[in-house]
Design a protein around this ligand. Sequence first.
Ligand code: ADP
Length: 487
Amino acid sequence: MSTIEVAGAQVDTRHWINGQRVASSETFTNTSPIDGTFLGEISRGGQAEADAAVAAAKAAFPAWAALGPKGRGEILHRIADLVEANLETLAQLETMDNGSLLRSHRRGVMPRVAMNIRFFADWAINELHHEVFETRGHSNNISWDPSGVAALITPWNAPLMLATWKIGPALAAGDTVVLKPAEWTPLSASYFADLTKQAGLPDGVFNVIQGYGREIGAALVANPDLARISFTGSVPTAKVIARAAADNLTPVSFELGGKSPCIVLEDADLDLAATLAVEQYDNAGQVCLSGTRILVHENIADAFAERFREKASQIKQGDPRDESTDIGPQIHQVHFDRVKGFVDRANAEGQNIVMGGEPNEELGGLYFKPTLVKNPTPGSEIVTSEVFGPVLCMQTFTSDEEAIAMANGTEFGLAAILVSGNRERADRVAKQLVAGTIWVNCFFVRDLKAPFGGSKKSGIGREGGTWSFDFYADVKNTVVSPTGWKE
Ligand code: ADP
């Protein structure tokens, strides 16, 4: 069987290499986190499939590069049209595969998938100006050239959304692509491959390979024919990929984890602060940007905690296909056990778990209750490690300086949320926070024009607008002398 039916859609379980479906002799099992439903057996590739995909992408590169931004843009817009035409199917498929809310996939995530592709196609056409300036009569002609084959390795928490943050700019820049989706969520990438074919994307320009990270993923990133490696995932895996990339000096872009602070200053609007803090449970905590360390000024801590409790008690956990559900399950048994392990160890250490702290017995399966740890011991595991589940810590501070020191006191620097009623104070504090994105009195507002990425161990490089093209393109300067011309 090479296709499976999921949520009414036919999804191919094989790789997509050079415009063809290719099977592997081995497979891995894919189940739904919603209720453990068996979804299918997926091709489990290795060295041969990774090599074949890179070879196909390499062969397709010259013609794709030669099309130019406008020619590529036409095809990319057709892909986006097809994403929109298949929005409901993609939303259902992704929900079955990764357990995130169907309503978010319908209203937010899948429309953004189409937008990601359109945005970068248009940015390549309209915004990457071929700048010219003079140096002692010589002209500097700066251009953004395609660079070659880009390997894109993506995680499971927002599969197609995060993949298209990379696919969009890579293809728009004129690179060809080999995408390796996470093994826990292989389906939307496979379905998307069919849409690229329908849109008329030439064979080999976009390839999808399936399998385990340590097998086909490792084979992919070690390939010497790659021009770029873009990875979103965990810090330990990033280190492994960086070592492989070092052998070939392949440039890397990494978007990694976080342990972001959500800082509530003394002058904050408490209702807004509590709303923003409770939002950090979204997607059952499986969001790299989550502000999982709530830092509250001591003088308002009790009042804040009360509002937080009120709002958090209204979170409805359940089947992510149900419109009224706020948070669903963890992605996989392995991940569920990892999250539970963090909470169990915090419990054993005597940390003060004031909410949740256990699996949701009523729902069973992979549902873990929204959990709050109050005043954890500074430096303890629960307050320094990324849990990637519905587990928040709450700590207090007595001055802005202490809040800044606590906020910056981890190895991560992906994002920070700051809640304050005073612009000047917020501005002063925000300037001292070390993170790629600071949200002041808001969360998750993301413009594709803006730079996105992490400081410290949260990443290398930035994605978004021109920053994406800085990475995927080969930026070139042609310096032309005023002399030596015969005509
Ligand atoms: P998680 O986000 O679950 O902590 P990872 O960071 O390991 O996991 O996974 C993110 C992506 O990286 C997945 O697509 C996974 O298959 C891939 N991956 C894991 N190990 C490797 C590796 N050694 N080389 C390349 N890709 C890998």
